[in-house]
Write a protein that binds this ligand. Structure first.
Ligand code: NI
Length: 255
């Protein structure tokens, strides 16, 4: 059985967990899970993440506005995020970033709210958890400008882009996508990422790895992603779990 399974990105507020959330999370520790970062996407889910982290010692929170939830942002919400971020188990500002795939809000509005949140993270000396979907160019520009600590989660860019990001001290988060049949870029990136810059994640309930695609994803699926990354790097899955657990603790300041 695997141990040191650290899921650096999950959304346990999701209604798909409403029927069995507590049963599921209560089973995690005996199944080898060492940590979970529960990410908010707006005020409500950020509060949820903070509350969940008080219920389970291995759960940590990240708070922020996701680019697809920017429409809800109201004056004063940044202050609320700041307040939540000062919780002792809040380890990052996130999930923040850019989403030009759905582009629910204008790029200008996405960039405006992103910059505010990066500046807040720097002020609080917290890392960012960054979402980049079809917005690689603006992501690179903004990360280059601010050079925050943090991770680009569910990384979908090229090896060249990963090289830039790693150079600025950031981490690369890889999830179920590396197991997908058509995954070329994520697999190239999985081979390249330096051992001290790799994080592993589920993005639960989304991004379910093979062989469970189409089903709900949870942190217990991490080993399937670890096995694929291990195969690509010629090491054991437990070695990948050990190093990604260590990296997550380093980035998020968890002992
Ligand atoms: Ni996410």
């Amino acid at each position: 059985m695997y141990h040191n399974i650290f899921d650096s990105h999950a959304h346990y507020d999701d209604e798909q967990f409403n029927t069995d959330r507590d049963e599921l999370l209560s089973s995690f520790k005996e199944k080898g899970i060492s940590g979970v970062v529960c990410c908010g996407v707006n005020i409500e889910t950020s509060c949820f993440a903070v509350n969940l982290s008080h219920k389970y010692d291995f759960v940590y929170s990240a708070v922020g506005f996701h680019p697809l939830d920017n429409g809800e942002y109201r004056d004063g919400d940044l202050e609320k995020i700041k307040e939540l971020a000062q919780d002792e188990k809040c380890v990052a500002i996130g999930e923040i970033g850019l989403d030009y795939h759905y582009e629910k809000e204008s790029r200008d509005r996405q960039l405006m709210l992103l910059e505010k949140q990066i500046i807040l993270a720097k002020e609080l000396d917290l890392p960012v958890i960054f979402h980049d979907r079809e917005s690689h160019e603006d992501t690179l520009n903004i990360l280059k400008k601010y050079k925050p600590k943090g991770v680009v989660h569910c990384f979908s860019g090229s090896v060249e882009m990963a090289k830039e990001i790693v150079k600025w001290g950031m981490y690369i988060g890889l999830g179920g996508a590396v197991t997908f049949k058509n995954a070329v870029k994520p697999c190239e990136v999985a081979k390249f990422v330096p051992s001290d810059r790799l994080l592993i994640e589920t993005d639960a309930p989304y991004m379910t790895p093979v062989p469970f695609r189409g089903k709900r994803c949870d942190s217990l699926h991490i080993p399937y992603t670890a096995e694929k990354i291990a195969e690509l790097r010629g090491v054991t899955a437990q070695e990948i779990l050990n190093l990604t657990d260590k990296n997550a603790r380093n980035l998020f300041g968890i002992k």
